[in-house]
Design a protein around this ligand. Structure first.
Ligand code: ADP
Ligand code: MG
Length: 268
């Protein structure tokens, strides 16, 4: 689904050259839930920018859903992002003059989707904001604002979701609930998730952890899901989920889920 191949990113500042990422390589299968961890300044945000095609590497390449980003113009990369990528940021990035509903609905309308209003309502209901849809961001708590941002990020049925420290502005409990929600949506929709966090407890919820230090991958391991005691018997481990998605015959429906994500059946 997503391949990083020997990604190197250098910045030139005056006569000084700063290597922010060096030879970063990994592959993320469709449907996986991967955490990228590392101290502040280790290159996590820079890496997400390269993976999402927002920025270009000095050397190496990114292959996103079979497309080598090197072969695309900036416009083509932007189009690919619109079709396949969702984002969540630490600072929520909602439009303050739009209600929760409009924050989700307007991007859908701009993409020319029919039924944008209905889908926005469905998504906000899914993230638990049915009764808050007419609120403006300033009238919502941080956790609620991030839920709106999650609904918006899933609105284009992305193949892959990038989240850069999405819990950084939230208290520990609220942050844990946000990551739980992202994890549920990952399981339901088959959307791959790359979660950047420096909270190792939250990272432990992911099926895999990639650790950066000074721009280099120093660890890349499957993390046996420690669980939190709330996971139901018989529920799917994210690792198994992506295997199940991969093994699914072409065109067959995704496994039924308790809370289907609106339109998730259309996500390949
Ligand atoms: P993280 O997200 O892990 O905190 P970043 O990717 O934001 O780390 O930054 C990694 C390093 O790259 C930092 O030392 C930062 O100062 C540097 N850096 C990031 N963007 C630029 C830039 N545009 N120009 C120069 N240096 C940059
Ligand atoms: Mg960062």
């Amino acid at each position: 689904m997503l391949v990083a191949r020997e990604l190197t990113k250098e910045f030139q500042s005056g006569s000084h050259q700063l290597t922010v990422l060096r030879d970063v390589s990994f592959a993320i299968p469709q449907g996986a839930f991967v955490a990228i961890v590392g101290p502040s300044g280790s290159g996590k945000t820079t890496l997400l920018g390269l993976l999402a095609g927002l920025d270009t590497p000095s050397r190496g390449t990114v292959i996103l859903d079979g497309v080598d980003l090197r072969s695309l113009t900036e416009d083509q990369r932007a189009r690919l992002r619109g079709e396949k990528v969702g984002f969540i940021f630490q600072s929520f990035q909602l439009i303050p003059t739009l209600t929760a509903l409009e924050n989700v609905q307007v991007p859908l309308e701009l993409r020319g989707e029919s039924g944008a209003a209905n889908r926005a309502v469905e998504l906000l209901t899914r993230v638990g904001l049915r009764d808050r849809m007419d609120h403006f961001p300033s009238q919502l708590s941080g956790g609620e604002q991030q839920r709106v941002a999650i609904a918006r990020a899933f609105s284009n049925r992305p193949r892959i979701l990038f989240a850069d420290e999405p819990t950084g502005n939230l208290d520990a409990n609220t942050g844990a609930r946000i990551v739980e929600l992202i994890e549920e949506l990952n399981r339901e929709s088959g959307t791959s998730v790359v979660l950047v966090t420096h909270d190792l407890t939250l990272a432990g919820r992911a099926g895999r952890m990639i650790r950066l230090a000074d721009g280099v991958v120093v660890e890349d391991r499957e993390s046996g899901h420690p669980g939190d005691g709330k996971r139901e018997a018989g529920s799917v481990n994210p690792r198994e989920a992506h295997i199940a998605v991969e093994k699914r015959p072409e065109g067959s429906p995704l496994p039924a889920s308790r809370f289907p994500l609106p339109g998730s059946e259309e996500v390949a």
